[in-house]
Structure formats: structure tokens, C-alpha cells
Design a binder for this molecule. Structure first.
Ligand SMILES: *Cc1c(COP(=O)(O)O)cnc(C)c1O
Length: 363
């Protein structure tokens, strides 16, 4: 059965092979007589699932030994509070404001520490990334936060800044919710990375945190124990019951990603997918993407119809052609196609040919 192509920004498409495997193991995981949801998180069956998922993720993302991988809950938005609770030591902290998600992070961090907005392109409508050479970093910042892929505005850091070269000693924190596992991470430039799983690595409910060990153990006294990175790390993410089924499903996705050739091979495919769609947009008279070319996101492609009165017709035709969830985020309107790892090139080809056909029938 050919399923429709699902361009949702998240929760997002998952490879059918992964869903089929989960379905086949639903009632009885590996002869254990139990489904994964029914297992104790401390039993040997689940521990083996957990350890495999940790090991596969470490291999996929080439996470160095001095970083811990934490499986948490609360999503990216909870991390907007959990990060300052753990890392700010009372502040100040520097933020780069590049779109809705970094804006939300700033708003939340202000509850816990003084916030300095080191750079923004808000005046240009979040269509560019401010050049790191011009950032006004605080000399005593506890950390610098940026969103490495702005899921709504469709801007992506294709290179992470080298804070040391910019004269900052602070660790870099990245919100890579919608970028994780779509490309390699330069861990030499990162102190902590966090992301909800539901874009690229699993179902909602699991939040991934990858944190350098020396950043553990500095939580503010008010930090809830379940959100204290050191407590979570010391308990191998089992201080409280972790989201066991989400971890299991993420583990299946990590294995699928390894079969795809790992993150380098996936990145090459993601580059090809994004190129195909952006070229189709740029060559058309009907569609437009306003993001500067060197910071366009590979994962989330917002685009607009020059004639916005055709939006509903576009979406209805897309659905009829098996192209789902293309409506743009309500805050920016228009369309958005998310091209996460599990979106095959064929899905983007189908979208592009539908877009051409729709444009042809408009005049
Ligand atoms: C989706 C997303 C979030 C929010 O994640 P939740 O799981 O809904 O809390 C945060 N940051 C970015 C960049 C996202 O794309």
C-alpha cells in the first residue's frame, strides 16, 4: 500500500518499515510475552531496549565520550526552563533571536535569569541569520543559546558558531528539535543540545538532551529533581519512569537510520530533497520563499502563493493527490513542507510535480 506523503512539521512522518515493525511487536516483544508498553522500565527486557537506543544514537550522532545522552520528558518547551534552571547559575545568558522558537526560549529564560539578546534579524522578519562576527556577547554569560533550525520561519544554521573564536568562554546551547539527526553535529562547538523527538527521531513524549559532563551539577536550588540533569544522568534517565514506548520507537528509528547509511548519507539525501523543492519554488511565478538562500532550512520549507486567495484550492488539490499537512504555521500563513529524514525523495518529487501542475492550471 502506498501511503500518502505527510509533510507535517511535527509530530511528523515516520518510515513505514518502522511502524510495521512496531505493529508486529505490539503484543509480544521478542518472545517476552509482553508488549513494550507493559514492561517494567527496570526489567532486563526494557533495559536492553534502552541501552541499544543509547548506543545507536551515540554512534549515529558521533557523540563524544564526555557527553551524556539523557532521555527526558516535557518537550523542547520544557527545556526552555530546564536549561536555565541547570546552566544559568543565576545568569546572565546570551540569546540569538532568529524566529519563533528562540523567542519562546528567551521569554521562558527570563523567569530564571537575566537575558541578553546578542543578535537578531527580527526587523527583517526572520529571513536571515545575523552574522556571528556582529553578535554582542556578554563577557560573563553562563551560556549562549540559539535555535539551530527555526521550524516555523525556515531558517537554519548551516554552521554552528565557534564561540571561542568570538571571544566567549560560554558553552553553546542549541535547540535542535527539528534538525537532530538530519546532519552531523560539530560537538567541539556545543555544550548542550536538546530537542523533542517528534520531528526526526520518534514520537512525541521523548525529549533528547545531549550534555557535556562538566555542565552537570550546577542546577539552581529550585530546579525540580526530575529536571536536574545531574540527577537524570546519575540515574541513567530512570530517576522517574521514562517514556518507555517512545524510547523503544526512537530506538527503531535509530536502527532504520543506520540502515539508511547513517547521518552522512541521510544528510546527502536531505540536501537533494531541499534543493529540488527550493529550485521549484524559485523557478515558479506563483510560489515564493523569502528566506536568504544561505540560511534556508533543509528540514522546513515555508512558501507562499503570490495569490493567497488560492491557498485553500492548493491545499485541497494537494490532499487529493496524497500530499498531506502542507498548511503553513498559523503565525506566518501560507504553506510549509517539512522534509524530515523519513520523507523520501519521491515524496518531494510528487510535491514538486503537483505544484507545477497547480501553477499551470491557474492562468
Ligand atoms: C517543535 C519545536 C519545539 C517544541 O517542542 P515541544 O515538544 O512541543 O515542546 C521547540 N523548539 C523547536 C525548534 C521546535 O521545532
Amino acid at each position: 500500500m502506498q501511503r500518502p506523503y505527510n509533510f507535517s512539521a511535527g509530530p511528523a512522518t515516520i518510515a513505514p518499515e518502522v511502524l510495521q515493525q512496531a505493529a508486529s511487536e505490539m503484543l509480544d516483544w521478542h518472545g517476552s510475552g509482553m508488549g513494550v508498553m507493559e514492561m517494567s522500565h527496570r526489567g532486563k527486557e526494557f533495559i536492553s531496549i534502552y541501552e541499544q537506543a543509547q548506543a545507536d544514537l551515540r554512534e549515529l550522532l558521533a557523540v563524544p565520550e564526555n557527553f551524556r545522552i539523557l532521555f527526558m520528558q516535557g518537550g523542547g518547551l520544557a527545556e526552555n526552563a530546564i536549561v536555565p534552571l541547570n546552566l544559568s547559575r543565576g545568569g546572565p545568558v546570551d540569546f540569538v533571536l532568529t524566529g519563533t522558537w528562540s523567542q519562546k526560549s528567551i521569554k521562558e529564560a527570563r523567569k530564571y535569569c537575566p537575558v541578553n539578546v546578542a543578535a537578531t534579524d527580527e526587523a527583517q522578519g526572520f529571513t536571515h541569520l545575523p552574522d556571528p562576527a556582529g553578535w554582542t556577547l556578554s563577557p560573563d554569560a553562563s551560556y549562549v543559546h540559539l535555535c539551530s533550525n527555526e521550524t516555523i520561519h525556515g531558517v537554519e544554521f548551516h554552521e554552528l558558531p565557534d564561540l571561542k573564536a568570538l571571544g566567549s568562554r560560554a558553552p553553546l546551547v542549541i535547540d535542535f528539535s527539528s534538525q537532530v539527526a538530519s546532519r552531523p553535529v560539530d560537538w567541539s562547538r556545543v555544550g548542550l543540545a536538546f530537542g523533542g523527538a517528534q520531528k526526526n527521531i520518534g514520537p512525541a513524549g521523548l525529549t533528547l538532551v545531549v550534555v557535556r559532563e562538566d555542565l552537570l551539577g550546577h542546577a539552581l536550588p529550585a530546579c525540580p529533581s526530575a529536571f536536574d540533569y545531574k540527577i537524570v544522568a546519575d540515574n541513567d534517565s530512570m530517576f522517574n519512569t521514562p517514556p518507555t514506548y517512545a524510547i523503544y520507537l526512537a530506538g527503531l528509528i535509530f536502527q532504520w537510520q543506520k540502515k539508511q547509511g547513517g547521518v552522512q548519507a541521510i544528510e546527502a539525501r536531505n540536501i537533494a530533497k531541499a534543493k529540488l523543492l527550493y529550485e521549484a519554488i524559485d523557478q515558479s511565478q506563483l510560489y515564493v520563499n523569502r528566506v536568504a538562500k544561505d540560511c534556508r532550512s533543509r528540514m522546513n520549507v515555508p512558501f507562499f502563493l503570490r495569490d493567497e486567495s488560492r491557498n485553500e484550492a492548493f491545499l485541497a488539490g494537494a490532499r487529493a493527490n496524497g500530499l498531506l499537512q502542507l498548511k503553513g504555521h498559523k503565525s506566518v500563513g501560507g504553506m510549509r513542507a517539512s522534509l524530515y529524514n523519513a520523507m523520501p525523495l519521491e515524496g518531494v518529487q510528487a510535491l514538486v510535480s503537483y505544484m507545477r501542475e497547480f501553477e499551470r492550471t491557474q492562468s
